[in-house]
Design a binder for this molecule. Structure first.
Ligand code: PLP
Length: 386
């Protein structure tokens, strides 16, 4: 089968991976790569983590799926763990992806707000998904154009600019949807006081503070959740990517009094919360708690950051924990991404000038050193030094 039978939504791939273990991937020719992208911040425990694989295979021999018309033993347990990690007092809806977790948050905000309160303000540069509503929430107008008209009820404010955000608020606004660190937008953390100011604005104007933790959540930034770096507590939190370590699962958590705006029949999904996906999530969360993975990510992130900062050709490093971007010279990022793939390192050019690095949170010191050595070599080549 050739890739031409797939819809052309991605550029034709140059590499086909067939196996992974921890931070290492192998392609169909047997070549080894270090994976410093993790399927875009998904395989946070590395590829084929044995405890997650065991949990999945045991569940695959027990029960895959029942309709949400019936109970299953796993979803309430995973929901309770997420609620505890998020500080308690909330309820969870399980979905299958980040976009769907955000769709749940958007619908919940509208139901909670009542008629006439339906607008959600998000930030320019944000990314919230590719469904029509989450595409409109995504603050990248160039991605909107071909799909107009998009669902009503979205506005965008400049990122990290509380005054611009305040200007967008009128009585129709029910919530503010933000990533704690913009991931797809270039790995951009806000200034330290921004999210606290957003929290105050939401409290003053009776709006929900909705944090999209799809990319940042579950240890990626060196804490359980990105918002913890900023001393705020949101009303609604969305998760996906790392929750299943590659098994598709998303979650929308909300404060119980907000979640209770939903009644039976208001929202639903065939697959969300099914046993196979929640067995993976239960194992992921157990490993993360057992090994204190957020703390490991903080330590590994500090090592990776300082090694990158000391690398010639890198003018700056931004981000938190193990969600980092290395700023290169103009136009260098695409070349470096392609060349690094050739030499066996998977990263991505998150902008024209920056490489995003998001390895497994269990990455070893030796793997960090090996990856940074490859980056140093490739950047030196770019300067004609090899
Ligand atoms: N929100 C954020 C912050 C993301 O980074 C992404 C994906 O990159 C999404 C939402 C969409 O998630 P999915 O692709 O699982 O729908």
């Amino acid at each position: 089968m050739t890739s031409s039978v797939l819809m052309p939504t991605y550029a034709p791939p140059t590499v086909t991976f067939v196996r992974g273990e921890g931070t290492v991937l192998w392609d169909d020719g047997g070549k080894r790569y270090l994976d410093f992208l993790s399927g875009l911040a998904v395989t946070s425990l590395g590829h084929a983590h044995p405890l997650v694989a065991d949990a999945l295979s045991a569940q695959a021999r027990t029960l895959w799926h029942v309709s949400n018309l019936f109970g299953n033993a796993l979803a309430p347990e995973v929901a309770a763990t997420l609620d505890r990690l998020l500080g308690g007092g909330g309820r969870v809806f399980f979905a299958n992806s980040g976009a769907e977790a955000n769709e749940c948050a958007l619908k919940l905000a509208r139901k909670w707000g009542g008629r006439g309160r339906y607008v959600v303000v998000s930030a320019y540069g944000s990314f919230h998904g590719r469904t029509l509503a989450t595409l409109h929430a995504t603050g990248q107008p160039q991605k909107h154009e071909a799909f107009q008209p998009l669902p009503e009820g979205f506005r965008h404010a400049a990122w990290d600019d509380i005054e611009d955000l305040a200007r967008m608020i009128d009585p129709s606004v029910v919530g503010v949807l933000l990533e704690p660190v913009q991931g797809e937008g270039g790995v951009r953390a806000p200034s330290p006081e921004y999210l606290a100011a957003v929290r105050r604005l939401c409290d003053e104007r009776g709006m929900l503070m909705i944090m999209d933790e799809v990319q940042t959540g579950l240890g990626r930034t060196g804490r359980w959740f990105g918002f913890e770096h900023f001393g705020v507590r949101p009303d609604v939190v969305t998760l996906a990517k790392a929750l299943g370590n590659g098994m598709p699962i998303g979650a929308c958590w909300a404060r119980a009094d907000v979640a209770d705006a939903f009644a039976p029949g208001d929202h639903a999904t065939t697959f969300g919360g099914q046993p196979l996906a929640t067995s993976a999530a239960r194992a992921v969360l157990a490993v993360m708690e057992e090994e204190n993975v957020p703390a490991l990510a903080a330590a590994a992130g500090a090592r990776l950051r300082s090694a990158l900062e000391a690398t010639p050709g890198i003018s700056g490093v931004r981000g938190l924990g193990l969600l980092l971007a290395a700023e290169l010279e103009e136009g260098e990022a695409k070349r470096a991404q392609a060349r690094l793939l050739e030499v066996g390192l998977v990263v991505n050019a998150v902008t024209d000038t920056a490489l995003r690095l998001a390895p497994s949170l269990l990455v070893s010191d030796a793997e960090i050193d090996e990856a940074v050595a490859m980056i140093a070599t490739v950047l030196a080549e770019g300067r004609g030094e090899s």
